[in-house]
Write a new protein. Structure first.
Lengths: 323, 261
């Protein structure tokens, strides 16, 4: 692997196998990550997508030095995550999310004070930095409330405040908007471009495809520990999924329609949903296949109010890729 | 240095779940006093006033590890239960500072428990202070508390791995009660237990403390104090080494990421 100043994160052949023993002493191995190769340019938002158990969190844990890789190497800002772990830890922020990770008997401000001390923030700067972090996280009014009394969303905001406390060069965000109310999630999403504007690199895992689509300049999709797609959101939609989408607005439908459509050659999936007084029919077809006429025929031309062919959304492409 | 004390203070408040009025009074105040009362009465009824005096001195010393182990062991286990250990491992913070900061404020707790036992013995149970050498007592108690703090920090590593502290705490307190000369003289211990006792904190500190009540000055118990200090130093060094090994193992096996069942 080359040491390149252009990249914030570089992985080569990264893999992780979990070994455990059953009660009968039988050895079991679970491959969580396999031969992952990534290069994340500095000052970008990079998304890692994949189903539960795909290896997203394992990737973040390895890059943040919390977990050793069983194969391969990784560098963060040029530092090897194993040999120069302390240098890596000085330059990263982690937002893991979830209910755990704080001292419930301390207030939000005291928690940040503790982690500021742990991270060697100078005492004379501590108050200013903590107050700014709490204000930006929208927790200024709850700074003196015990964390055990925080809601899930407030804890998530505190995770964000702690992750950014040290002004890190690389921020690892593992499902950061999970548990946040829509307003809080939107506020966090709006902060991410600002972080990139400050020169930070963000590695984001999420299950919300629109979040990845709108925030990330590049995306990796991992499935069963393997990298299955890598590129810009547009490239993922265009090049990695093998579908095109035909969307119809219908004034009338029938129960057997989906079955009839999926019986057509070249149709992969058909779903219906309500759209006001109309029904929306979304048909995934093999990429490049021109099935508009056949579909219109099956549906019945009189029932069609509108019909468009379009590229798949990231969510549609993602579902196709991991299928 | 200021950051070290910030960590010590906040981790003490965040991880010491006996830090509420009922738990604190029952564990730090009432428990040592009731233990002292029980053994003083056992001594008086079963033997004589000399035995009662010996038992009371033993229990004054015993109050030190009771509080220290209870507080420090739970600090370690709750670090894992609360999930804060990940954020310590992902920080560049000094592991030596994190490790030793967990013991700082439990140290005065143990001195307080010991002092309350002493006061109760003197005011209520006629503990004989006629020949007491105060300086020897103070130095013995401080050194014993320091050695027991190091021992508790060392054991804390194992409670963190186990994910609970009561079993290890109870076993350790049984060890202190049976093998450090609190009630049973070291010379009376069967098999090799007497030799084993030399490696447990409190054993030598208690000999020095008994010397203080017999009027000995610090010079007369110097060797015992030195041994107590060495035992404590040994556990302090072993403790930080094990702490770092646990961290390394956690990275290799992801063993501390999960909340214990």
């Amino acid at each position: 692997m080359t040491e390149n100043n252009e990249y914030a994160v570089e992985c080569e052949g990264l893999g992780r196998v979990y070994r455990s023993r059953s009660l009968l002493g039988q050895s079991r191995e679970t491959v969580a990550l396999q031969d992952l190769n990534l290069q994340i340019p500095k000052g970008t938002v990079f998304g890692v997508l994949g189903p539960n158990g795909a290896g997203k969190t394992t990737t973040i844990r390895i890059l943040s030095t919390l977990l050793s890789a069983t194969t391969g190497t990784a560098r963060v800002l040029g530092y090897d995550v194993v040999k120069e772990g302390r240098e890596v830890r000085k330059n990263i922020g982690i937002i893991l999310g979830g209910d755990r990770g704080f001292y419930g008997r301390l207030t939000g401000k005291e928690n940040l004070r503790y982690f500021a001390a742990l991270n060697h923030i100078k005492p004379r700067d501590t108050d200013r930095i903590i107050d700014d972090s709490l204000a930006q996280a929208g927790l200024a009014d709850q700074q003196k409330t015990l964390v055990e009394q925080y809601s899930r969303g407030m804890k998530q905001r505190l995770h964000v405040a702690r992750g950014l406390l040290t002004d890190p060069g690389v921020v690892f965000m593992d499902e950061p908007t999970l548990g946040l109310d829509p307003l809080g999630a939107q506020e966090l999403r709006q902060r991410i471009p600002a972080l990139v504007g400050q020169g930070k690199t963000v590695l984001l895992t999420t299950h919300y495809m629109f979040e990845a689509d709108s925030l990330c300049s590049r995306i990796a999709i991992i499935n069963k520990g393997k990298l299955v797609a890598l590129g810009t959101p547009a490239e993922i939609k265009r090049n990695f999924s093998s579908i095109g989408v035909i969307e119809l607005t219908l004034n009338q439908t029938r129960p057997s329609l989906q079955e009839e459509l999926t019986g057509l050659d070249g149709v992969k999936r058909a779903t219906t949903s309500a759209d006001g007084v109309y029904q929306k029919l979304t048909v995934h077809v093999v990429a490049g296949a021109d099935l508009s006429d056949k579909i219109a025929e099956v549906v019945g031309k009189d029932h069609i109010e509108n019909m468009v062919a379009r590229d798949p959304t990231l969510e549609e492409a993602y579902l196709e890729i991991i299928d | 240095m200021r950051n070290f004390f910030v960590q010590a203070y906040l981790s003490y408040r965040g991880l010491f779940l006996w830090l509420n009025w009922t738990a604190y009074i029952s564990n730090v105040v009432l428990r040592p006093i009731l233990m002292l009362l029980m053994f003083a009465l056992v001594g008086k009824f079963a033997a004589d006033s000399d035995a009662a005096q010996a038992y009371m001195i033993g229990m004054i010393g015993y109050a030190i590890p009771v509080i220290l182990l209870g507080g420090i062991l739970q600090s370690f286990v709750y670090e894992r239960v609360f999930g804060t250990i990940s954020f310590i491992y992902s920080s560049p913070g000094s592991r030596v500072a994190v490790f030793f900061s967990r013991g700082v404020l439990h140290f005065p707790n143990s001195i307080l428990a010991c002092a309350l036992s002493f006061l109760f013995g003197w005011l209520v149970l006629s503990l004989d202070l006629s020949t007491l050498n105060w300086w020897t007592m103070i130095v013995s108690v401080l050194l014993t508390a320091a050695a027991c703090t190091a021992f508790a920090l060392f054991l804390g590593n194992f409670t963190m791995m186990l994910g609970e502290f009561f079993n290890l705490y109870n076993a350790a307190m049984g060890l202190f009660l049976a093998m450090t000369g609190v009630i049973i003289p070291i010379a009376s211990l069967p098999w090799f237990f007497g030799d084993l006792a030399n490696g447990i904190p409190l054993t030598h500190g208690l000999v020095a403390l008994r010397g203080a009540f017999a009027g000995m000055d610090i010079g007369a118990v110097r060797d015992e104090l030195l041994l107590e200090a060495l035992v404590g130093l040994g556990y302090a060094i072993a403790g930080i080494v094990v702490y770092m090994l646990v961290e390394r193992d956690a990275r290799a096996r992801s063993s501390l990421e999960r909340s214990p069942a």
